[in-house]
Design a protein around this ligand. Structure first.
Ligand SMILES: C[S@@+](CC[C@H](N)C(=O)[O-])C[C@H]1O[C@@H](n2cnc3c(N)ncnc32)[C@H](O)[C@@H]1O
Length: 267
């Protein structure tokens, strides 16, 4: 499949707050993100688990990142922020503290929640954070998309289905001229729909494995979009893409987290 226009895609190994701080004011039109929230108290764990949890954040910390993102948003911007049911109250509070004037949940029905220890979540939430001038959203507040199963080849830990990102891009009516950002992009799955619709996208993550996967997916795995002009209002650095990766992923620390031990909860 031909690559999506790489000049409109920017994937970078960078800490979320640093990345957002470097973006111009009024540049982000849609924020789509699944933050590394910490919802289960950590007990024990060593080696790979310790490394994975070292990069998870409290909702208070995530709220600070969201506040920074909000300060970079266009007046008609909107934010989509994922949480599982355990984190719902804290996540709503974090969006409020970040300055979003209204928060409304979209329910994601995973259709098949997959295997795992303990009681599994059939649903998760995508919180919609509105600004006073947010664009109108279209569609309904329930999205049914099959979760990415544990047996999926090349799966990134906590990877979300690309169709979920596509649904959100549709709901926000993302198009050319939009700048869509995921500061915790992981595999880049949630940005694919926006890229397919001709938006400029930027994804950031601290994990090298995430950057490798997101770069490969967004330059190869997306459908070619028709030629479009880059939005002149954003000065985000774009075009930093590397050759698509076809190398099979090795087991990563995060991927090795086992149900029943301390973990971020069913994602
Ligand atoms: C829940 S995962 C995102 C999964 C992604 N939505 C997907 O579908 O693959 C959260 C990501 O945040 C990254 N992360 C954790 N702390 C970060 C930070 N301070 N800045 C940027 N990325 C961070 C982790 O490496 C992880 O890939």
């Amino acid at each position: 499949m031909a690559p999506t226009r790489p000049a409109l895609i920017h994937i970078e190994k960078r800490e979320a707050r640093q990345a957002l701080a470097a973006l111009p004011l009024r540049s982000i039109s849609v924020l789509i993100t699944d933050p590394p929230y910490r919802t289960v108290a950590r007990r024990g764990g060593s080696g790979h688990l310790r490394r994975w949890f070292a990069s998870s954040l409290s909702w208070r910390e995530i709220g600070q990142t969201l506040a920074l993102a909000r300060s970079r948003m266009r007046p008609d911007g909107v934010a989509f922020v994922m949480t599982n049911p355990d984190g719902l109250p804290e996540a709503i509070a974090a969006l409020g503290r970040a300055g979003f004037v209204r928060v409304r949940p979209i329910t994601w029905d995973k259709v098949y929640p997959g295997l795992g220890g303990g009681l599994r979540h059939q649903t998760e939430f995508v919180l919609v954070g509105y600004l006073p001038g947010s664009r109108s959203l279209a569609g309904v507040d329930l999205v049914s998309v099959r979760a990415v199963g544990p047996g999926t080849a090349d799966r990134y830990p906590t990877e979300k289905p690309a169709d979920l990102g596509r649904a959100l891009a549709r709901i926000a009516n993302v198009g050319r001229g939009d700048f869509v950002v995921d500061p915790f992009c992981g595999s880049g799955a949630l940005l694919i729909g926006a890229a397919e619709r001709g938006a400029k996208v930027a994804g950031y993550d601290v994990a090298a494995a995430a950057i490798k996967r997101a770069t490969g997916r967004l330059t190869v795995g997306t459908k070619p979009a028709p030629a479009a002009r880059t939005s002149p209002s954003s000065r985000a650095r774009v075009g930093r893409t590397s050759a698509p990766s076809t190398t099979p992923r090795r087991r990563t620390p995060a991927r090795a987290a086992r149900p029943g031990q301390t973990r971020k909860g069913p994602r």
